[in-house]
Design a protein around this ligand. Sequence first.
Ligand SMILES: [Zn+2]
Length: 342
Amino acid sequence: MKAVRFHRHGGPEVLQYEEAADPVPNADEALVRVRACALNHLDLWARNGLPNVTIPMPHISGSDISGVVEWVPPEEKLFSRGDEVVVNPGIGCGRCDRCLSGRDNQCREYTIIGYGTDGGYAELVKVKRTHLIRKPEGMTFEEAASFPLVFETAYHMLVTKARVVPGDTVLVLAANSGVGSAAVQIAKLLGARVIATAGDPEKMAKAEELGAESTIDHYKQDVLEEVKKLTGKRGVDVVVEHVGRATWQWSLKALAKGGRLVTCGATTGADVATDLRYVYNRELTVFGSFMAGMGELLDVVRLFERRKLKTVVDSVFPLEKAAEAQTRMEGSKHFGKIVLRI
Ligand SMILES: [Zn+2]
């Protein structure tokens, strides 16, 4: 098969479009012919290399996969060859207390397809057969690949962790990102008033189309001042944080008393200083959030089937242009998901 692999860590130049051996599925796995695969920041981290993390080499990235079932073992009853599917990207052991209570994202053996295993930057991928999900009707393969990881993450952050209720005001950072564009929609669906930040007027307009009531230009405006103006100095109930060092200080300060900050990432750096006086005096809660349980992904799929959520595809690149696609992501030029077509 054709695949995009890297044999060593480095910049986009280490990605090679080349011939690779077809994956051979184990007895509990299915083989999927990949039709589209969305990019995630995880792909950049894996490519660049992380301290204390060993990425198997050569490596095929790609966690958000849609495609057509090529092969399933005979005992598989729900799916057969030719079925159009999306793939649950999170892999738990399936038998520990966390997995069995629906918190597979807390499994000690948890990993993500395309990170701990070979992923979807390829013509074929093998996945656990229990990870196949029927592609929602009416969705293109590109749209179907664009939603699993970021929408399940945003759902877990807002529904499971921060427990947003109607009447809450939610500040979503970087609404142009995959998680941001999902969080704006889910917070709105939960009945919250949504304030979103974005990097230019075009992205601000798109965030408003997705449901943000107000937007703040995070390059040109003082976000904290604007939040104070928009909330009558009260602050917001929930901050959706995934930016890290560049925003952490004012993310905490933007919260109203009793506010909840939920974080799922640190794209600008992870070592941040926290003024603990804000946390205890104002009774703030900080939630860490990592992926989601598979049941939450199925909740998200149902919301797409009922047309309550919209996929947000920024751009589509052919597989062989994966380096170009990753460069677009690194430059934060996108709004929504960058997708490879295979
Ligand atoms: Zn487990």
